[in-house]
Design a protein around this ligand. Structure first.
Ligand SMILES: *[C@@H]1O[C@H](CO)[C@@H](O)[C@H](O)[C@H]1NC(C)=O
Ligand SMILES: *[C@@H]1O[C@H](CO)[C@@H](O)[C@H](O)[C@H]1NC(C)=O
Ligand SMILES: *[C@@H]1O[C@H](CO)[C@@H](O)[C@H](O)[C@H]1NC(C)=O
Ligand SMILES: *[C@@H]1O[C@H](CO)[C@@H](O)[C@H](O)[C@H]1NC(C)=O
Length: 419
């Protein structure tokens, strides 16, 4: 491994430049990936340097650049290319087996293609149109267009605090006015932050009650001004955040601990909990009872609105004496004022999160099976289900939101659970 590396100082030393390191041809099997990787490091270096006003800053950029490309395939720390190289870019060598984000992205694009073809009326130009959309959109998948291997591929999480508690640990998120907000958590139980680009920005606004994603839950409600309804769970207290302030709401009549909040007919609805099967909806006049959950005292489950009803999945039940506890795989549907059983999942779930797309939902476990499962939804039942991934680590109430496949994601940071 030989490389030429020049560091040029101008007379004023204000202009640090790096000449790109050169790999020796024929020695290393993954030179192309290596070059893309170095290109990424170099682009970061240029951006870093451009933001500097002093040469000491530029030199720091240069040191970072050196460290960055040293980890690329075919450079110092990976002399045999992607063989035994931990760099995440190596998952792009054979992404069909090694990059789960690529696989997921391609699965989703294939589903879209299939749906598109099916509605064509034996018309080849319609087929062609579907394929060209597929080809175009597959460009968005990780590893497809290597020039997309750029900065800002992961969400930058602020470092852990002095007690080594991760920024997002046990916090929850909600989409409000097009912005993803993050609330509470062990790092700071009163915090309200949001994602700007690929970074988290803390607002100066504070919650009224401490919030943890384990005991508490939240949901975004469409009002004249949209707001996030947040219930503490460890007490009956609830509040609503509108983007500017958080104000107190009426207490729920029953405590919903380790429960979930969901929209039922547009209203915030608290579903069951460790000590209750009660379901209540926040109306103008306060919390109103809905039919109780058929699983009884259900907790650590998740719920999602499906437009004309809600479904719950995962969690554990306990009997009246609170002495029997068991994880359930059943999915329940509340529609037209009636609960029904709507199928079963493959895995059990403890503090999961769930997202619904219209024809399927994805459920991600927080601390038990660590499963990620996709269940096809007919409108009334789960018709089939498959495992699509496994979480690598515990993540209570994973934060899930829709994003472009390559947005910030595939080379994600250590403590952020992205799927
Ligand atoms: C076939 O599909 C194309 C593209 O969707 C459409 O423009 C065209 O009108 C269709 N032709 C017929 C005969 O339906
Ligand atoms: C709401 O509940 C909390 C504790 O759960 C209690 O301290 C408070 O007094 C209640 N507020 C109202 C208005 O009932
Ligand atoms: C929040 O504050 C901004 C600026 O003062 C204002 O324009 C907006 O209407 C406020 N939103 C709500 C929901 O009160
Ligand atoms: C799904 O994953 C779980 C482990 O989380 C495993 O027990 C189960 O057999 C898998 N099911 C299928 C159909 O692959």
């Amino acid at each position: 491994m030989k490389r030429i590396f020049l560091l040029l100082f101008s007379a004023s030393e204000a202009n640090v430049q790096a000449i790109k390191p050169v790999q020796v041809a024929a020695e290393c099997p993954d030179q192309n990936i290596g070059q893309v990787c170095d290109g990424h490091c170099y682009a970061q270096f240029i951006a870093c340097k451009d933001a500097c006003s002093e040469s000491s800053c530029e030199r720091t950029c240069l040191i970072e650049y050196t460290g960055c490309y040293a980890d690329c395939p075919c450079y110092d720390n990976c002399p045999d290319g992607c063989t035994d190289c931990p760099h995440s870019i190596c998952t792009c060598k054979e992404p069909q087996t090694n990059n789960k984000f690529y696989q997921q992205c391609l699965d989703e694009r294939s589903d879209e293609l299939s749906a598109c073809l099916k509605i064509c009326a034996a018309n080849k130009s319609c087929f062609e149109k579907c394929f060209s959309v597929f080809i175009e959109e597959s460009d968005e998948c990780p590893c497809m267009d290597q020039s997309l291997f750029k900065d800002n591929r992961y969400y930058k999480i602020p470092p852990p605090n002095e007690n080594n508690i991760d920024y997002l640990w046990k916090s929850s998120s909600a989409l409000l006015n097009g912005r993803i907000y993050v609330f509470g958590g062990n790092y700071d139980g009163y915090k309200i932050a949001y994602i700007d680009g690929c970074e988290f920005v803390e607002t100066q606004i504070r919650l009224i009650n401490k919030f943890y994603a384990t005991g508490g839950s939240l949901v975004t409600v469409k009002e004249v001004h949209d707001e996030v309804v947040i219930c503490e769970g460890y007490t009956n207290k609830c509040e609503a955040f509108d983007g500017n302030i958080s104000r107190s709401l009426p207490n729920t009549s029953i405590q919903h601990k380790f429960a979930c909040l969901v929209l039922l007919d547009g209203q915030a609805t608290a579903v069951a909990g460790e000590d209750t099967s009660s379901v209540e909806t926040l109306a103008v006049s306060g919390w109103m009872n809905e039919p109780s959950h058929p699983a009884g005292k259900l907790s650590t489950h998740t719920c999602v609105s499906i437009g004309n009803g809600i479904i719950t999945a995962g969690g554990t039940t306990s009997n009246d004496n609170n002495d029997g506890i068991g994880f359930i795989r059943d999915v329940f549907l509340l529609q037209n004022n009636k609960w029904t059983t709507a199928g079963q999942l493959l895995n059990t779930y403890h503090y999961p999160s769930m997202i619904f797309t219209g024809s399927y939902f994805i459920i991600i476990d927080g601390r038990l099976s660590l499963a990620v499962e996709r269940a096809e939804w007919s409108g009334l039942t789960v018709t089939s289900s498959k495992n699509i991934s496994t979480q690598e680590t515990l993540c209570y109430r994973p934060i899930i939101f829709e994003s472009d496949p390559n947005r910030c994601a595939s080379f994600c940071s250590d403590n952020f659970c992205y799927v």
